[in-house]
Design a protein. Structure first.
Length: 318
Protein backbone atom coordinates (compact mmCIF):
# COMPACT_ATOMS: atom_id res chain seq x y z
CA UNK A 1 0.00 0.00 0.00
CA UNK A 2 1.21 3.48 -0.80
CA UNK A 3 -0.36 5.27 2.14
CA UNK A 4 -0.70 3.97 5.68
CA UNK A 5 -4.37 3.02 6.24
CA UNK A 6 -6.28 4.98 8.81
CA UNK A 7 -7.55 3.09 11.84
CA UNK A 8 -11.26 3.46 11.25
CA UNK A 9 -14.14 1.12 11.72
CA UNK A 10 -14.89 1.11 8.01
CA UNK A 11 -11.31 0.36 7.06
CA UNK A 12 -11.13 -2.45 9.59
CA UNK A 13 -14.31 -4.14 8.37
CA UNK A 14 -13.20 -3.64 4.77
CA UNK A 15 -9.85 -5.31 5.42
CA UNK A 16 -11.55 -8.22 7.13
CA UNK A 17 -13.93 -8.73 4.21
CA UNK A 18 -11.47 -8.54 1.28
CA UNK A 19 -8.85 -11.32 1.37
CA UNK A 20 -8.20 -10.93 -2.36
CA UNK A 21 -6.88 -7.45 -1.60
CA UNK A 22 -4.22 -8.96 0.65
CA UNK A 23 -3.30 -11.38 -2.14
CA UNK A 24 -2.81 -8.48 -4.54
CA UNK A 25 -0.81 -6.61 -1.92
CA UNK A 26 1.55 -9.58 -1.60
CA UNK A 27 1.87 -9.78 -5.37
CA UNK A 28 2.58 -6.05 -5.48
CA UNK A 29 5.23 -6.44 -2.78
CA UNK A 30 6.99 -9.10 -4.84
CA UNK A 31 6.90 -6.88 -7.91
CA UNK A 32 8.19 -3.93 -5.90
CA UNK A 33 11.06 -5.97 -4.55
CA UNK A 34 12.13 -6.85 -8.09
CA UNK A 35 11.44 -3.58 -9.85
CA UNK A 36 11.80 -1.11 -7.00
CA UNK A 37 8.66 0.66 -5.72
CA UNK A 38 9.92 4.21 -6.49
CA UNK A 39 10.11 3.30 -10.21
CA UNK A 40 6.48 2.23 -10.49
CA UNK A 41 4.98 5.72 -10.59
CA UNK A 42 6.18 9.36 -10.62
CA UNK A 43 3.55 10.87 -8.31
CA UNK A 44 5.22 10.78 -4.89
CA UNK A 45 2.98 10.01 -1.93
CA UNK A 46 -0.29 10.22 -3.92
CA UNK A 47 -1.99 12.34 -1.27
CA UNK A 48 -3.83 14.34 -3.94
CA UNK A 49 -5.23 11.23 -5.61
CA UNK A 50 -6.19 9.77 -2.23
CA UNK A 51 -8.09 12.97 -1.48
CA UNK A 52 -9.91 12.72 -4.82
CA UNK A 53 -10.81 9.13 -4.05
CA UNK A 54 -12.36 10.21 -0.76
CA UNK A 55 -14.43 12.78 -2.68
CA UNK A 56 -15.44 10.19 -5.26
CA UNK A 57 -16.72 7.84 -2.53
CA UNK A 58 -19.81 10.03 -2.20
CA UNK A 59 -20.66 9.54 -5.86
CA UNK A 60 -19.95 5.81 -5.66
CA UNK A 61 -22.42 5.61 -2.78
CA UNK A 62 -25.01 7.43 -4.90
CA UNK A 63 -24.46 4.96 -7.77
CA UNK A 64 -25.15 2.05 -5.43
CA UNK A 65 -28.15 3.73 -3.82
CA UNK A 66 -29.68 4.29 -7.25
CA UNK A 67 -29.65 0.53 -7.85
CA UNK A 68 -30.30 -0.72 -4.32
CA UNK A 69 -32.97 1.91 -3.54
CA UNK A 70 -31.70 2.16 0.03
CA UNK A 71 -29.17 4.24 1.97
CA UNK A 72 -25.57 3.06 2.05
CA UNK A 73 -22.22 4.01 3.54
CA UNK A 74 -19.12 4.30 1.36
CA UNK A 75 -15.41 4.97 1.84
CA UNK A 76 -12.16 4.91 -0.13
CA UNK A 77 -9.37 2.61 0.99
CA UNK A 78 -5.65 3.49 0.73
CA UNK A 79 -4.22 3.32 -2.77
CA UNK A 80 -2.16 0.48 -4.22
CA UNK A 81 0.34 0.57 -7.07
CA UNK A 82 0.58 -2.74 -8.96
CA UNK A 83 1.09 -4.15 -12.40
CA UNK A 84 -2.02 -5.23 -14.27
CA UNK A 85 -0.74 -8.78 -14.45
CA UNK A 86 -0.30 -8.95 -10.67
CA UNK A 87 -3.74 -7.47 -10.14
CA UNK A 88 -5.35 -10.03 -12.45
CA UNK A 89 -3.45 -12.84 -10.76
CA UNK A 90 -4.81 -11.72 -7.38
CA UNK A 91 -8.37 -12.05 -8.71
CA UNK A 92 -7.69 -15.62 -9.86
CA UNK A 93 -10.30 -16.92 -12.34
CA UNK A 94 -13.45 -15.50 -10.75
CA UNK A 95 -16.08 -13.89 -12.96
CA UNK A 96 -15.37 -10.17 -13.13
CA UNK A 97 -16.91 -7.19 -14.91
CA UNK A 98 -14.20 -5.03 -16.51
CA UNK A 99 -15.86 -1.73 -17.42
CA UNK A 100 -13.68 0.70 -19.46
CA UNK A 101 -14.00 4.32 -18.39
CA UNK A 102 -12.31 6.54 -20.93
CA UNK A 103 -10.67 9.50 -19.18
CA UNK A 104 -10.41 12.11 -21.94
CA UNK A 105 -9.55 9.28 -24.31
CA UNK A 106 -7.12 7.50 -21.95
CA UNK A 107 -7.93 4.08 -20.52
CA UNK A 108 -9.27 3.73 -16.97
CA UNK A 109 -10.99 0.61 -15.64
CA UNK A 110 -13.86 0.05 -13.22
CA UNK A 111 -13.66 -3.51 -11.86
CA UNK A 112 -16.74 -5.13 -10.31
CA UNK A 113 -16.93 -8.65 -8.90
CA UNK A 114 -19.24 -10.86 -10.95
CA UNK A 115 -21.29 -12.05 -7.93
CA UNK A 116 -21.80 -8.42 -6.89
CA UNK A 117 -23.04 -7.40 -10.34
CA UNK A 118 -25.43 -10.35 -10.49
CA UNK A 119 -26.68 -9.55 -6.98
CA UNK A 120 -27.38 -5.95 -8.05
CA UNK A 121 -29.16 -7.29 -11.13
CA UNK A 122 -31.40 -9.52 -9.01
CA UNK A 123 -32.23 -6.66 -6.62
CA UNK A 124 -32.85 -4.26 -9.50
CA UNK A 125 -35.55 -6.54 -10.88
CA UNK A 126 -37.23 -7.02 -7.51
CA UNK A 127 -35.44 -10.17 -6.32
CA UNK A 128 -33.97 -10.96 -2.92
CA UNK A 129 -30.38 -10.20 -3.95
CA UNK A 130 -29.19 -13.80 -4.18
CA UNK A 131 -26.35 -14.52 -6.59
CA UNK A 132 -26.63 -17.69 -8.70
CA UNK A 133 -25.41 -20.85 -6.98
CA UNK A 134 -23.26 -21.57 -10.05
CA UNK A 135 -21.53 -18.60 -11.61
CA UNK A 136 -21.92 -18.30 -15.39
CA UNK A 137 -18.84 -17.97 -17.57
CA UNK A 138 -20.11 -14.76 -19.16
CA UNK A 139 -22.59 -12.02 -18.38
CA UNK A 140 -26.07 -11.94 -19.87
CA UNK A 141 -27.20 -8.94 -21.95
CA UNK A 142 -29.23 -7.75 -18.94
CA UNK A 143 -26.13 -7.89 -16.70
CA UNK A 144 -24.10 -6.02 -19.31
CA UNK A 145 -26.80 -3.34 -19.53
CA UNK A 146 -26.75 -2.96 -15.76
CA UNK A 147 -22.95 -2.74 -15.85
CA UNK A 148 -23.25 0.13 -18.37
CA UNK A 149 -25.71 1.93 -16.10
CA UNK A 150 -23.53 1.36 -13.05
CA UNK A 151 -20.44 2.50 -14.97
CA UNK A 152 -22.22 5.73 -15.92
CA UNK A 153 -22.83 6.44 -12.23
CA UNK A 154 -19.16 5.79 -11.42
CA UNK A 155 -18.06 8.00 -14.32
CA UNK A 156 -20.19 10.86 -12.97
CA UNK A 157 -18.68 10.37 -9.51
CA UNK A 158 -15.15 10.56 -10.93
CA UNK A 159 -15.89 13.67 -12.99
CA UNK A 160 -17.18 15.44 -9.89
CA UNK A 161 -14.22 14.29 -7.78
CA UNK A 162 -11.65 15.45 -10.35
CA UNK A 163 -13.22 18.90 -10.69
CA UNK A 164 -10.84 20.64 -8.20
CA UNK A 165 -7.81 19.52 -10.25
CA UNK A 166 -8.96 19.22 -13.84
CA UNK A 167 -12.20 19.02 -15.78
CA UNK A 168 -12.27 15.42 -16.95
CA UNK A 169 -14.73 13.65 -19.22
CA UNK A 170 -15.28 9.97 -18.41
CA UNK A 171 -17.02 7.80 -20.99
CA UNK A 172 -18.33 4.26 -20.44
CA UNK A 173 -17.20 1.49 -22.78
CA UNK A 174 -18.47 -2.04 -23.35
CA UNK A 175 -18.32 -4.29 -20.31
CA UNK A 176 -16.01 -7.32 -20.71
CA UNK A 177 -15.84 -10.50 -18.66
CA UNK A 178 -12.29 -11.19 -19.90
CA UNK A 179 -9.66 -8.59 -19.03
CA UNK A 180 -7.61 -9.58 -22.07
CA UNK A 181 -10.35 -8.15 -24.30
CA UNK A 182 -10.14 -4.66 -22.80
CA UNK A 183 -8.41 -2.32 -25.24
CA UNK A 184 -5.71 0.07 -24.06
CA UNK A 185 -4.59 -1.86 -20.95
CA UNK A 186 -1.72 -4.35 -21.09
CA UNK A 187 -0.54 -6.85 -18.47
CA UNK A 188 2.76 -4.96 -18.02
CA UNK A 189 1.07 -1.62 -17.43
CA UNK A 190 1.41 -0.11 -13.96
CA UNK A 191 -1.90 0.95 -12.43
CA UNK A 192 -2.92 2.84 -9.31
CA UNK A 193 -5.80 1.00 -7.67
CA UNK A 194 -8.47 2.86 -5.74
CA UNK A 195 -10.79 0.53 -3.87
CA UNK A 196 -14.21 1.75 -2.72
CA UNK A 197 -16.11 -0.08 0.01
CA UNK A 198 -19.89 0.15 0.27
CA UNK A 199 -22.16 -1.30 2.94
CA UNK A 200 -25.91 -1.12 3.48
CA UNK A 201 -27.37 -1.71 6.91
CA UNK A 202 -25.89 -4.76 8.62
CA UNK A 203 -24.88 -6.46 5.37
CA UNK A 204 -21.27 -7.33 4.55
CA UNK A 205 -19.27 -4.66 2.69
CA UNK A 206 -18.88 -4.95 -1.07
CA UNK A 207 -16.03 -3.47 -3.10
CA UNK A 208 -15.42 -1.80 -6.44
CA UNK A 209 -11.98 -0.96 -7.84
CA UNK A 210 -10.92 1.88 -10.13
CA UNK A 211 -7.66 1.24 -12.00
CA UNK A 212 -5.77 4.33 -13.20
CA UNK A 213 -2.90 3.41 -15.54
CA UNK A 214 0.13 5.54 -14.67
CA UNK A 215 0.41 6.54 -18.32
CA UNK A 216 -3.10 8.02 -18.17
CA UNK A 217 -2.23 10.15 -15.13
CA UNK A 218 1.15 11.47 -16.34
CA UNK A 219 -0.40 14.53 -18.06
CA UNK A 220 -1.66 15.55 -14.61
CA UNK A 221 1.54 14.85 -12.67
CA UNK A 222 1.87 18.49 -11.58
CA UNK A 223 -1.64 18.61 -10.14
CA UNK A 224 -1.34 15.20 -8.46
CA UNK A 225 1.92 16.07 -6.70
CA UNK A 226 0.61 19.37 -5.36
CA UNK A 227 -2.05 20.24 -2.77
CA UNK A 228 -5.71 19.92 -3.72
CA UNK A 229 -7.28 23.37 -3.74
CA UNK A 230 -10.88 23.86 -4.79
CA UNK A 231 -11.27 26.33 -7.64
CA UNK A 232 -13.82 29.06 -7.10
CA UNK A 233 -16.78 28.56 -9.36
CA UNK A 234 -17.08 31.14 -12.12
CA UNK A 235 -20.36 33.06 -11.93
CA UNK A 236 -22.81 32.32 -14.71
CA UNK A 237 -23.95 35.75 -15.81
CA UNK A 238 -26.90 34.48 -17.84
CA UNK A 239 -28.17 32.45 -14.90
CA UNK A 240 -27.67 35.37 -12.53
CA UNK A 241 -29.55 37.75 -14.86
CA UNK A 242 -32.41 35.29 -15.25
CA UNK A 243 -32.61 34.78 -11.49
CA UNK A 244 -32.70 38.55 -10.90
CA UNK A 245 -35.49 39.02 -13.43
CA UNK A 246 -37.49 36.18 -11.93
CA UNK A 247 -37.06 37.58 -8.42
CA UNK A 248 -38.06 41.11 -9.50
CA UNK A 249 -41.26 39.75 -11.08
CA UNK A 250 -42.51 38.13 -7.86
CA UNK A 251 -45.84 39.68 -6.75
CA UNK A 252 -46.26 40.48 -3.04
CA UNK A 253 -49.44 41.48 -1.19
CA UNK A 254 -49.35 45.08 0.12
CA UNK A 255 -51.92 46.27 2.67
CA UNK A 256 -52.50 49.02 5.19
CA UNK A 257 -54.59 49.13 8.37
CA UNK A 258 -56.18 52.55 8.72
CA UNK A 259 -57.82 51.97 12.09
CA UNK A 260 -58.62 49.24 14.62
CA UNK A 261 -61.54 50.54 16.73
CA UNK A 262 -62.49 48.77 19.97
CA UNK A 263 -66.14 48.22 20.97
CA UNK A 264 -67.67 46.37 23.86
CA UNK A 265 -69.40 43.05 23.35
CA UNK A 266 -72.67 44.59 24.57
CA UNK A 267 -72.55 47.29 21.90
CA UNK A 268 -71.41 44.80 19.24
CA UNK A 269 -74.41 42.59 19.94
CA UNK A 270 -76.71 45.66 19.63
CA UNK A 271 -75.43 46.94 16.28
CA UNK A 272 -77.93 47.33 13.45
CA UNK A 273 -77.89 48.68 9.93
CA UNK A 274 -77.22 52.44 9.89
CA UNK A 275 -75.23 52.56 13.16
CA UNK A 276 -71.91 54.41 13.00
CA UNK A 277 -68.64 53.26 14.57
CA UNK A 278 -66.31 56.26 14.90
CA UNK A 279 -62.66 55.71 13.99
CA UNK A 280 -59.52 57.77 14.40
CA UNK A 281 -56.21 57.28 12.60
CA UNK A 282 -52.91 59.10 12.76
CA UNK A 283 -51.38 61.21 10.00
CA UNK A 284 -49.15 58.28 9.07
CA UNK A 285 -50.55 54.76 8.72
CA UNK A 286 -48.52 51.52 8.50
CA UNK A 287 -47.94 49.84 5.13
CA UNK A 288 -47.40 46.06 5.33
CA UNK A 289 -45.88 43.61 2.84
CA UNK A 290 -47.07 40.20 3.95
CA UNK A 291 -46.45 40.24 7.69
CA UNK A 292 -43.49 42.67 7.56
CA UNK A 293 -43.67 46.44 8.03
CA UNK A 294 -42.54 48.21 4.85
CA UNK A 295 -42.98 51.74 6.22
CA UNK A 296 -45.57 54.42 6.90
CA UNK A 297 -47.45 56.88 4.72
CA UNK A 298 -50.24 59.45 4.39
CA UNK A 299 -53.74 58.50 3.21
CA UNK A 300 -54.98 60.26 0.09
CA UNK A 301 -56.21 59.65 -3.47
CA UNK A 302 -54.55 59.00 -6.82
CA UNK A 303 -56.42 58.85 -10.15
CA UNK A 304 -59.70 58.68 -8.28
CA UNK A 305 -58.63 55.74 -6.10
CA UNK A 306 -57.64 55.59 -2.46
CA UNK A 307 -53.87 55.64 -2.08
CA UNK A 308 -51.09 56.04 0.44
CA UNK A 309 -48.05 58.24 -0.15
CA UNK A 310 -45.01 56.65 1.52
CA UNK A 311 -43.27 59.02 3.89
CA UNK A 312 -40.93 56.57 5.63
CA UNK A 313 -39.40 53.20 4.68
CA UNK A 314 -38.64 50.97 7.61
CA UNK A 315 -34.95 50.18 7.84
CA UNK A 316 -34.14 51.86 4.50
CA UNK A 317 -34.53 55.58 5.15
CA UNK A 318 -34.03 57.54 8.39
Amino acid sequence: MVNTPETTESAQEAGAASPDRRDRARAAAVGAAVLGAPKLHPFGDLHALQHLSARAARGVRAAFEGLLRTECRAWAEPLEVVRVGDYRAGRAEQLTAWIPLGMDGRAVLCVVDGPLLLTLLDLFFGGTGDAPATMPREFSPAAEALADRFGAGIAQALETAWEPLARMSFTVGRCESNAAHVAGVEVEDVVIVTRFGVVRGDAKPVFVDILYPVAALKPHAVELTGPVVARPAEPDQAWRTGLTRAAMAVRLPVRSVLAEPMVSLHRLMGLKAGDIIPIDFADDVPVMVGTSLLGTGTVGTSNGKAAIRLSHLEGLLP
